[in-house]
Design a protein around this ligand. Structure first.
Ligand SMILES: [Zn+2]
Length: 380
């Protein structure tokens, strides 16, 4: 099997996969496509992504791209100057093996594994090369019937690797090094996939995916502190696009309300893709929200999602472009759309304000579309 096939799972796994895809897709147009997201929502990863890179022998291609992603726009000279340590000397062995790229790798690893980083102490300074070897070994990963089941993906992935027992203990036992938010409070985690135990096995493949998980959060800067969201769904295709849209919409319009952000992302999805989602998929689209209080979940009612994903309704909402109107749809207060249309129409009839009259027509049209959809017995 040349491809490693992955299916959507729990939200933390999905978050990690989307982060991984984000880092990989960063460098555009390699001749071959190593990763495919299928229409039915799976991801196929070509094992060759773990082959040694042509530009940096000894380092797997996937890691080269991740290092490039993490160190993009950074100057090595500036990095050397920062801090008291002589980094040239400190990372000499990496330099001897990989040339300049070795320093970039150290820089990238410092952003992942050192103090106050997302995976603090997962890999220690002296273990950088060992970790590179570990990533390279992922090409040979296979499922082993009598292996231990992974608490993240539920599979029994196994790979032969020569890393030290110390490093193995840190990589393959779930703890705070994998996720500073979830690790320490794992016993309290309500979802059954966490096994309700303080520690569980994390398979080699998930280890590599997890170190990308922080990339998938969309950070919303709020006056009352930081908040991040991730849109979770039972299809990687749906997740890939919804999160992409949510990120762009937030960047463009600074919409901070999770409900609206999710709503507009669904509208964009309907407009850009003629996508037919099953009921089960729609019912399981949710926003995972990370804030100072921990993790919470937000979802829209199935009926609302169905309306937003209706291409005609989506395009009407998009044309109207009003947050108020979107809110009424999200609240199921459809009559208000009608009323707003009537008021606008009456007020602007005498003035013959054609722009506002056309706006009122758009509202009537949206109302009609929603009624047609709901009276068809779809909404109760
Ligand atoms: Zn796993």
């Amino acid at each position: 099997m040349n491809f490693i096939e992955i299916n959507p799972g729990n939200w933390f796994y999905n978050l990690s996969v989307i982060g991984f895809l984000k880092a990989l897709s960063h460098e555009k147009s390699k001749e071959k496509q190593e990763v495919k997201i299928t229409d039915d929502g799976r991801v196929l990863i070509d094992r060759s992504i773990f082959d040694e890179s042509q530009s940096h022998p000894g380092v797997p291609e996937a890691l080269v791209r991740y290092v490039n992603y993490l160190s993009e726009g950074e100057s090595l000279e500036d990095w050397f100057k920062k801090g008291k340590q002589d980094k040239r000397k400190k990372y000499e062995s990496l330099y001897n093996q990989m040339g300049e790229f070795g320093y970039r790798l150290a820089m990238a690893f410092n952003k992942l594994f050192r103090s106050r980083t997302p995976y603090q102490n997962m890999v220690q300074e002296g273990e950088n090369l060992e970790f590179v070897q570990f990533v390279k070994s992922l090409k040979q990963i296979s499922e082993k019937d009598d292996g231990e089941r992974c608490g993240i993906c539920g599979k029994k992935w196994f790979v032969q690797t020569n890393i030290s027992q110390d490093l193995k203990d840190r990589l393959f036992r779930f703890a705070s090094v994998h996720s500073s938010e979830l690790g320490p409070s794992i016993g309290e985690f309500p979802n059954s996939f966490w096994n309700m135990s303080t520690s569980f096995f994390v398979c080699p493949f998930c280890v590599y995916l997890i170190i990308h998980s922080h990339l998938a959060w969309i950070e919303l800067n709020e006056p009352r502190g930081k908040k991040s969201i991730f849109i979770n769904a039972p299809s990687f295709k749906v997740m890939w696009y919804l999160n992409k849209y949510a990120r762009t919409i937030y960047g463009r319009e600074k919409i901070k309300e999770v409900r609206q952000l999710l709503g507009i992302s669904l509208v964009e999805l309907a407009l850009r893709f003629n996508i037919q989602l099953g009921k089960w998929t729609m019912m399981n689209i949710e926003a995972v929200v990370k804030s100072g209080n921990g993790i919470s979940f937000f979802s829209l009612p199935y009926n609302t999602i169905e309306l937003l994903l209706d291409r005609n309704i989506a395009s009407s909402l998009y044309e109207i472009g009003s947050t108020n109107v979107l809110n009424w749809v999200l609240d199921g207060e459809f009559d208000r759309i009608m009323r707003e249309g009537e008021i606008t129409f009456r007020e602007n009839l005498e003035k013959s304000d054609s722009k506002m009259l056309s706006y009122s027509q758009k509202l009537f049209h949206l109302y009609t579309l929603i009624m047609e959809r709901t009276k068809g017995g779809i909404l109760v």
